[in-house]
Design a protein around this ligand. Structure first.
Ligand code: ATP
Length: 467
């Protein structure tokens, strides 16, 4: 079926010219000469893209753009402006026009812009369908996951939410522990109470106690008034203690009292208070190892870990990556009031990257790409260097052999990847040895990012402790 273009242009000669050019390309053209007709056509027909003149007898193209953008976010709107009228063009782009054409409209330019707009529209439509499916099927309070791993996490969240038990969330940085804690809270009967978080690693050890339990007037110099701590602030709700592995030992015993007796004592006070909170703790460290090293109380470990949920690294649930990309992009679209898209090929490539920083890294990379991309389509070149580097390194061996001028691919390709891996592993080990195990230094010597180095260390199972 041919694609439909809405043309809104009141100048009869120009209207005819544009219509002819587009029809010659095989498009169906719906013509309007004013805003009223344009609205009617937009309402009555399936339109794939629209070209709007800025000055119309009863309205302006800018006004139509403003009205249509939220109503038809997937339709590319192209404004045609008078020659040299930069201000109108800038205004239109700011309001989310797909592109602009300057009059007199040249047929070649028109064809190129329309082709690009239709490609974007098709991609956008596909993305939107997927997003819709994602939003209804595979998410829990904004947590996306289609993988078996994540389905199990969702299942656990729903099960543990029903009772007031303490939960310990473990997983690498950026895997979604905080997000998961929030989801448990929202699923629980405490959902209308507060959700309070405290990052134990972000607050100096000596201040952590007063932050957690509050203090009474005169408890220390400068304590001019009573002040509630996080435990009290979370009354009736959930207290999320992030980076629990960094909590000093002395304080751990006081937290144990909260978990066991549901009681606490503010700093400088002699009165015990009731703690009506549900505790959720998280760590990206191996808490059991800390117990064995004497850095974490064993009794507290068991109290916190009544239910444990492990958030798998993104690398172990690669099938979630496309859905995450579409969802995060959709959030950026709402935030920036702009439409973005990615080709299927780019999504596939991104899914091959190792994402050592997990979902946070994916989020940051997409945020950066939305800012750097020249148009609405995000391309691999808009993503950070370490991603491009790693994807380039992990391309199929045959492709790489070709790059290196090795045209005799059949004979060589079998052993080439092995040789390259062997070489890469050695280079990494040597660089780490030379840098006395300092990863940043080794990465610098190798000319790669620290994250890429960490990925490769994991990939080749390099024994860091031994080094
Ligand atoms: N399953 C998911 N679906 C969508 N977004 C997610 C998901 N998991 C995490 N995110 C998003 O990724 C980012 C990082 O997640 P979060 O802060 O929860 O990670 P974390 O494991 O607590 O990290 P850290 O250990 O560094 O505190 C957040 O913006 C979060 O909303």
């Amino acid at each position: 079926m041919s694609k439909s273009i809405l043309l809104v242009e009141d100048n009869k000669k120009l209207h005819r010219l544009i219509r002819q050019t587009l029809e010659k390309e095989g498009y169906t053209v719906y013509g309007a000469h004013n805003g009223k007709e344009a609205n009617q056509l937009m309402n009555d027909h399936w339109i794939d893209a629209a070209v709007l003149d800025i000055l119309l007898p009863d309205t302006t193209g800018i006004k139509l753009l403003e009205a249509w953008k939220p109503l038809y976010p997937g339709i590319p709107l192209i404004l045609s402006t008078a020659y040299g009228d930069v201000e109108d063009a800038v205004e239109a782009m700011k309001l989310g026009a797909f592109d602009y054409l300057t009059k007199p409209v040249k047929s070649e330019e028109l064809k190129v812009v329309i082709e690009r707009a239709l490609r974007w529209q098709a991609m956008n439509e596909e993305n939107r369908e997927l997003k819709k499916e994602m939003q209804t099927k595979f998410q829990l309070h904004g947590m996306i996951g289609v993988s078996e791993n994540m389905k199990q996490v969702f299942d656990m969240i729903q099960r543990v939410s029903k009772q007031d038990v303490t939960v310990l969330l473990q997983g690498e940085s950026g895997t979604g522990k905080s997000h998961c804690a929030k989801a448990i809270h929202l699923e629980s009967s405490r959902q209308h109470g507060p959700f309070i978080s405290l990052n134990c690693a972000a607050i100096p050890a000596n201040l952590l106690e007063s932050e957690l339990f509050g203090y009474v007037k005169g408890a220390f110099t400068g304590a001019a008034d009573n002040r509630k701590g996080k435990v009290e602030a979370a009354e009736g709700g959930t207290l999320f203690l992030d980076e629990i592995g960094d909590m000093p030992l002395e304080l751990q015993s006081k937290l144990l009292q909260v978990t066991q007796e549901k009681q606490f004592i503010p700093l400088g006070s002699s009165t015990t208070k009731e703690a009506d909170v549900r505790l959720i703790a998280a760590t990206n460290r191996n808490l059991w190892k800390l117990v064995q090293e004497g850095k974490f109380r064993e009794d507290l470990y068991y109290r916190l870990n009544i239910i444990g949920i492990d958030l798998p690294p993104l690398q172990e649930r690669k099938e979630d990556i496309p859905s995450l990309i579409y969802q995060l992009l959709s959030n950026f679209e709402t935030e920036h009031r702009r439409a973005y898209s990615l080709s299927e090929e780019t999504v596939k490539q991104l899914a091959r990257y190792s994402w050592p920083g997990n979902i946070r890294e994916l989020y940051n990379a997409l945020a950066r790409a939305t800012v750097l991309s020249a148009g609405s389509e995000l391309e691999l070149k808009d993503f950070p260097k370490e991603i491009q580097e790693e994807l380039n390194l992990s391309r199929p061996a045959a492709e790489k052999a070709y790059d290196h001028g090795n045209l005799n691919r059949d004979a060589e390709s079998r052993s080439l990847p092995e040789q390259m891996e062997y070489f890469e592993r050695n280079a990494i080990e040597n660089a780490l040895k030379e840098a006395n195990g300092n990863q940043s230094k080794a990465a610098e010597t190798l000319g790669i990012s620290r994250q890429s180095l960490l990925y490769k260390v994991r990939k080749y199972d390099v024994d860091l402790e031994h080094i």
